[in-house]
Ligand binder design. Sequence first.
Ligand code: ATP
Length: 329
Amino acid sequence: PNRIALLTSGGDAPGMNAAIRATTLYALHHGIEVIGFKHGYNGLIHNEWMALDEPVVREIIGSGGTILKSARCEEFKSPAGMQQAADNLKALDIDALVVIGGDGSFIGLTKFKQFYPGQTIGIPGTIDNDIDGTDHTIGFATAVDTAVNAIDKIRDTADAFERIFLVEVMGRKSGFLALNVGIACAAEHIITFENFSNPGIELQHIASKIHRIKKSRGQCSYLIVSAENLYPGGANQLASDLADYASIECIPCVLGYIQRGGDPVAKDRILATHMGAFAVKQLLAGHTDVMIGIDGQHCLQVPLASSTKHYKEVNASLLAIQEDLQDLL
Ligand code: ATP
């Protein structure tokens, strides 16, 4: 390719800038020109772009958010929107499009193949880690750290007042954040998609555990970490149901958007650099319609469409260990 374009789409994730930097520098190193479309797929449709060169990306490896901005774009879901986007890419002589985003962005990119004949590559950037075909997504490690730092503070006040806190973390339809954050915070109870059966059973389960712990330890702090989009009505409803069902007073706390912000931790910067450079290598080798993943120490490519087709389960052995440890409480 002589000229490629990048964009960031969907929920922003710390490390997206590091991926923009690595892809840009690696492409420039191989004599490829780079431009960046702004505001996700909106920029493609409305022809809003900027040139990406060394000075632009020089100092962004450690900054959160994305210099290209991110957005959702309903228009891109229509054939007319996709056609307009493809026309703009053609007019700008763009040979390849690299999209840094989550599974929705990749579904869009897969469909876009019908309109755009150039090469397409996806780089997984989402705090949810919910993309099949890669051990980790860019942003996940930072989001785990951010949530753990916040919950450590919540634990301090929970300890001081011997209170029960219910913290809801992000993850969309995936339990990676909840499980990893819960383990790192030594949560007494973790609710993820994999271990949740139904609201009634969950209530019973939590209530009996809290009563058991109170008997053995006396009044103490108790931390529940839950994935979002799981218990109907979320953390507030679960807290209110616990009060009704078992007279248990628990303080709901939805961590929210702080989980998407902040400077990327070193692990995300390194992952983004690895994936960005590997993406350019794949373009040079003529590959298209693939997503970049990481498997252990190595980057690999997987068919773009397959990354969005399967539900990626959390690490079953980690979940089992957590459950065994909780039995001791
Ligand atoms: P995250 O999960 O981190 O929020 P995401 O990429 O999954 O990121 P989505 O909002 O699901 O976020 O998708 C981002 C954008 O991808 C959408 O706003 C839309 O522009 C495009 N997109 C998603 N689904 C489709 C689809 N079925 N057809 C065309 N485009 C789509």
